[in-house]
Design a protein around this ligand. Structure first.
Ligand code: NAP
Length: 286
């Protein structure tokens, strides 16, 4: 059996075209959605991520501001910048790129972002909203995974989903989103005993670990849907996921590739959240 590919690039293109159309409609009403991206320090990977985010905004017609600061920036100065952005009406989404330098308390900075502009969905109020099913911003990576499932018309009701990884930004919110769609959810982590026994029962597997070959073909039930969030490098230095793609694609029903899978969806959902924030701001005005 050869799995069908869930193409994150193609789905992103479709969703970003919709964001661009909705952005144009908002602009016609006099409001341009705006995203502020704040980068502190010179982490190489972060520089690439923020560039991609800003470019994606521009391509879809959103206004974007990139604020870059030296690694020596104080926590107090960063908190003051966040506060200024909270009060800036041209900004609807604020993203502080992580990781931050060690002398800055990242959680404190995230909690300083207004929940109304928390388009990354990392604020404790956003986490609480997701947990209780209230309106709020969903973290972009698991939100992108949900859109991928939606794109194949997958009905999660009564299905068994196994999420491998329990981080606050991927694993835990992923589990809550799946639960909200009536899946029965198991969350595995580094202390889980016999991961294979769990994944073999799964209709849907989300791998969000950050280690190559966490999921191999012998761990997958025929026909299962496999979403690979992991971003790793193989021996040749090429980007790869957590899933042994070549093996698992012979067993799974659907599979996401790396690159070109969940990665582009993460940025797409950031645009979706920023647009939604602007739409909420407009409706509050009227
Ligand atoms: P993280 O915070 O390091 O969490 C990794 C999780 O994996 C932890 O819960 C850990 O368990 C668990 N784990 C570690 N080894 C395991 C094992 N052998 N078996 C089962 N579980 C194991 O990472 P993250 O931020 O969630 O990111 C996970 C991966 O996704 C990384 O590769 C990251 O680069 C990638 N990522 C990709 C995107 C994207 O846009 N594509 C976005 C975000 C993250 P414990 O909790 O017990 O330590």
């Amino acid at each position: 059996m050869t799995a069908q590919l869930i193409d994150g690039n193609a789905l992103s293109k479709q969703l970003r075209a919709q964001v661009a159309a909705d952005t144009a409609a908002l602009k016609a009403k006099g409001l341009t959605p705006g995203l502020a991206v704040v980068l502190v320090g010179d982490n190489q990977a972060s520089q690439v991520y923020v560039r991609n985010k800003v470019k994606a905004c521009e391509d879809a017609g959103l206004h974007s501001v990139l604020e870059k600061y030296e690694a020596t920036m104080t926590e107090a100065d960063l908190l003051a910048r966040v506060e200024a952005l909270n009060n800036d009406d041209s900004i609807h989404g604020i993203l502080v790129q992580l990781p931050l330098p060690a002398h800055i308390d990242a959680q404190k900075v995230i909690e300083a972002i207004s929940p109304a502009k928390d388009v990354d969905g990392f604020h404790i109020a956003s986490a609480g909203a997701l947990m209780t099913g209230m309106p709020g911003f969903w973290p972009c990576t698991p939100y992108g995974c949900m859109k991928m499932l939606e794109s194949i018309g997958y009905d999660l009701k009564g299905k068994h989903a196994v999420v491998i990884g329990r981080s606050n930004i991927v694993g835990k919110p992923m589990a809550l989103m799946l639960l909200q769609k009536d899946a029965t959810v198991t969350v595995a982590h580094s202390r889980t005993k016999d991961l294979k026994a769990l994944t073999l029962q799964a209709d849907v597997i989300v791998a969000a670990v950050g280690k190559r070959n966490v999921l191999t073909a012998d761990m997958v039930k025929p026909g299962a849907v496999v979403l690979d969030v992991g971003m790793n490098r193989n021996d040749e230095g090429k980007l790869c996921g957590d899933v042994d793609f070549d093996g698992v694609k012979e067993v799974a029903g659907y599979i996401t590739p790396v690159p070109g899978g969940v990665g582009p969806m993460t940025i797409t959902m950031l645009l979706v959240n920023t647009l939604e924030s602007a739409q909420r701001a407009l409706s509050e005005k009227h």
